[in-house]
Ligand binder design. Structure first.
Ligand code: FAQ
Length: 311
């Protein structure tokens, strides 16, 4: 049963009018956005860690500069997203505390290790590729601050995706050893990348309501299919094999059919039991603790400055 306020709210959404921070909104809409935007922000921040692992070992100055720029972009995305969450009445410290205590989620993909240099290119190609697929529709989502943040984030992700493809291409067209490294990376990242889109539509608890509110524009399975359709020709161009014997072009549907996802693995990773979950959280908690002296100093400095202004 919708109240008059809720009906007016839904009509606004149906008419394509953006909801802004100070507009009336149902509590459920606010909570869903805080959940999704803060999980998204945490993903950007934790997502720096797998790549950070290779900064000191990048094979050339050019590759190191590119990698550093990309990781800094991810930090920036996290900051825009925390700011977007703050427009909904939470503080950054609150949502960040929920990450550090393990209470809230971040994307499953960042709980996998980066074991060879080709992983860095593969993350750009597949992980940023999947992120863009999911985020381009979010530029049209109903909440103004989130939709506007997504516009800039998507431009940067597009650069990330291209640098990743360029790196994998250099390796796939390189020596047989380099090509084998690229294939090994694809074998390990393919299925986790498909899991980024979330549970299948039948299992997705939030989808129906989020789609009605235009927080989500396309469903998890629709986005996953678009990603497969886009990525298969890219792998073929590289001469690499996607690790799925059931992958096959379907003339009737005009899409690729693909094999079953291991949802038990997904559940385990989301529940905190992936290969790197504990390590990732430990690293973030340590960074927060190690930064305490600096936050204290900033606050003390700001207080002194405002006292001086009053005097
Ligand atoms: N991992 O009912 P649904 C990036 C959870 S890109 C972990 O379908 P919803 C860029 C879900 O939260 C990655 N948990 O949920 C980058 C929910 O749990 P809850 C970040 C997952 O929200 C690249 C439950 O399962 N992108 O960081 C995952 O309608 C390279 C039920 O699922 C975004 O966050 C998963 N993969 O749809 C950075 C995009 N999937 O909250 C560095 C914005 C689902 O009830 C390097 N988010 N869950 O406890 C979204 O579009 C949506 O939140 C979905 C999930 C599509 C992720």
């Amino acid at each position: 049963e919708m109240s008059a306020e809720e009906r007016a709210f839904q009509e606004k959404i149906d008419a394509g009018i953006k909801i802004e921070a100070k507009d009336w909104m149902p509590e459920g809409y606010r909570r869903t956005l805080i959940r999704q935007i803060s999980q998204h922000a945490h993903s950007e921040i934790v997502g720096q860690l797998p790549e950070g692992n290779w900064v000191t070992r990048a094979p050339s100055l050019k590759r190191k500069a590119i990698l550093l720029a990309k990781i800094q972009d991810e930090a920036g995305h996290g900051l825009y997203l925390y700011s977007a969450a703050e427009t909904l009445g939470v503080t950054r410290d609150q949502v960040y505390a929920d990450l550090l205590s393990g209470k809230v989620k971040y994307s499953s993909i960042f709980n996998y290790p980066t074991t060879n240099w080709a992983d860095i290119g593969t993350i750009g190609w597949l992980v940023d590729g999947a992120a863009i697929m999911n985020q381009i529709p979010l530029c049209r989502c109903s909440y103004g601050p989130y939709s506007r943040a997504m516009v800039r984030v998507c431009k940067e992700e597009s650069f990330h995706q291209r640098q990743g493809y360029d790196l994998v291409m250099a390796m796939a067209k390189g020596t047989p050893e380099q090509k084998a490294m690229a294939q090994d990376a694809l074998n390990r990242w393919w299925w986790p990348a498909l899991m980024m889109f979330g549970p299948s539509d039948g299992e997705s608890v939030h989808s129906a309501q989020s789609m009605q509110w235009k927080i989500k524009i396309l469903s998890n399975d629709e986005l996953r299919q678009k990603f497969v359709d886009q990525t298969v020709p890219q792998a073929e161009y590289l001469g690499l094999t996607i690790p799925d014997p059931e992958l096959k072009w379907n003339e009737d549907t005009g899409h690729y059919d693909f094999g079953a996802i291991d949802w038990e693995e997904f559940r385990q990773v989301v529940a905190g039991n992936g290969p790197c979950n504990r390590d990732r959280l430990r690293t973030r908690v340590k960074a927060w603790d190690d930064g305490k002296w600096f936050r204290d100093a900033l606050l003390a400095h700001a207080e002194k400055k405002s006292e001086r202004q009053v005097a």
